[in-house]
Design a protein around this ligand. Structure first.
Ligand SMILES: [Zn+2]
Ligand SMILES: [Zn+2]
Ligand SMILES: [Zn+2]
Length: 149
């Protein structure tokens, strides 16, 4: 049996997702999985690269894309257009993004699929997917403002 360095449970889940889809859990991918699993906030590809100084840029970027493809990492588009990443095992979901503190909250389920299907139908358009981010101010930021007012 192959010896494995102890990884966090979340990192193990990332590696399992890779193995389930037939990808080998190479040393670089394991390193990326471990760092990704340790982040409690969304991060950019560049930030991830800086956290993995031992890996080449292309390796980090390819691994990121792979993790998105196998569904353990989701893309988070900030209001300013910056693309971030965040670990997620939820499958299809959307985010509530606070424009003040930057926190991202996952929404469970998707309420807009039916509306989009109807709209697409009206245009003779075959729907293959959608991406939606919701911007605003979170409860914490709103309550801070209420206190200082
Ligand atoms: Zn997400
Ligand atoms: Zn906030
Ligand atoms: Zn949706």
């Amino acid at each position: 049996m192959a010896t494995r360095k102890r990884m966090s449970p979340l990192a193990e889940q990332i590696l399992e997702a890779l193995e389930e889809r037939g990808y080998r859990t190479t040393e670089p991918r394991r390193a990326v999985a471990q760092v990704v699993a340790n982040q409690d906030r969304h991060f950019t590809a560049e930030e991830l690269r800086q956290m993995l100084p031992g890996l080449g840029r292309a390796t980090v970027f390819r691994s990121l894309k792979l993790l998105v493809d196998v569904g353990v990492l989701c893309r988070v588009l900030l209001e300013d257009g910056a693309l971030h990443y965040q670990m997620s095992l939820r499958g299809h979901h959307h985010h509530l993004l606070c424009v003040e503190c930057g926190i991202s909250q996952d929404l469970t389920g998707c309420d807009i699929e039916d509306v989009l299907t109807q709209t697409s139908d009206r245009h003779g358009f075959e729907l293959s997917g959608h991406w939606l981010e919701v911007y605003g101010r979170c409860r914490d930021c709103r309550s801070k403002e209420a206190v200082s007012a």
